[in-house]
Design a protein around this ligand. Sequence first.
Ligand SMILES: Nc1ncnc2c1ncn2[C@@H]1O[C@H](COP(=O)(O)OP(=O)(O)OP(=O)(O)O)[C@@H](O)[C@H]1O
Ligand SMILES: [Mg+2]
Length: 310
Amino acid sequence: MDKANRGRNIWALGGGQGGSGKSFVAANLGIALCERGKEVILVDADLGAANLHTLLGITYPPIGLDDFIRREVKNIEDVLMETEIPRLKLVAGSFDILTMSNPRYTQKQRIIRHIHSLDADYIILDLGAGASYHVLDFFLISDRGISVITSEPTSLENVYRFLRGVFFRKLRRLASDSEVKEVIELAMDRGNPEGLRTPFELLERVEEVNGKVGMLLKEEIRCLRPQLIVNQVRNRKEAELGLFVKSACRKYFGIELSYLGYILYDHNVYLSIQKGRPLLLNNPTSDASRCIRDITSQLIEGGELEWSLR
Ligand SMILES: Nc1ncnc2c1ncn2[C@@H]1O[C@H](COP(=O)(O)OP(=O)(O)OP(=O)(O)O)[C@@H](O)[C@H]1O
Ligand SMILES: [Mg+2]
């Protein structure tokens, strides 16, 4: 298919605490898409702690994002590496931690521009932990921003903090319009001694101040539609956590989150990482592999997990 007409999809994995499984999911989602005949590029955008190559069994990537960021090559395509998996390419991460973990605005814009020009059916970005501006910005430029969490309380705390960050980062972008900015400032100011407690309250207040701007913001925030995966699940209660996060997001953030599904805790994940061979290749029929394939179907078809709390 010709490059200009191909419907490119950018998926970003972020918003979970360190070790929740973002990189593991990114690599194996990519492979699951390749199994369906799709062309996929994995981009290790964890600028502080790149390790996606290791999950693909590559010890020392000869070239990576560093070379692009330092302008040693002109195009991001020049740092694309083939992998042993047909149709899967990798942009390996950056190892220059001090300069790259906090890229300058212009560096970040250049990376984003070039990511948009990559030629593949799916481009999967593995983001780092936390809610720094570059993580939020990569998350916001994606067609699907996917958070990977575990059931630990700290992981939940992190995802709420992250989604709050996504909300305010998006609002800041919208506030580049001066009318919107003015209304947001007015809404934040209106003598409420308790102040605004949640992003949702802010949206409600904006709507009181200016109905038109309020509706616009609500629609923009609703369109964010972040996605959620609960990883390392050991029982039904943990799997249901995604549904609680979904309803909390609607109530407190005015954000419609899609719960894509869960991935079972599976010792084969550890074994496959030790071996440097992705789970889908090493244990194609294991519990976690089946979960990843189910989630891939949800993502491709645009659905979400169909079950409700009883
Ligand atoms: N479904 C699973 N079952 C068992 N273990 C898992 C599962 N998913 C991930 N793990 C374990 O969690 C570890 C961390 O995974 P991974 O490196 O993908 O996390 P991460 O979110 O990318 O972390 P970081 O934020 O530091 O980049 C893996 O090395 C693996 O041992
Ligand atoms: Mg990672």
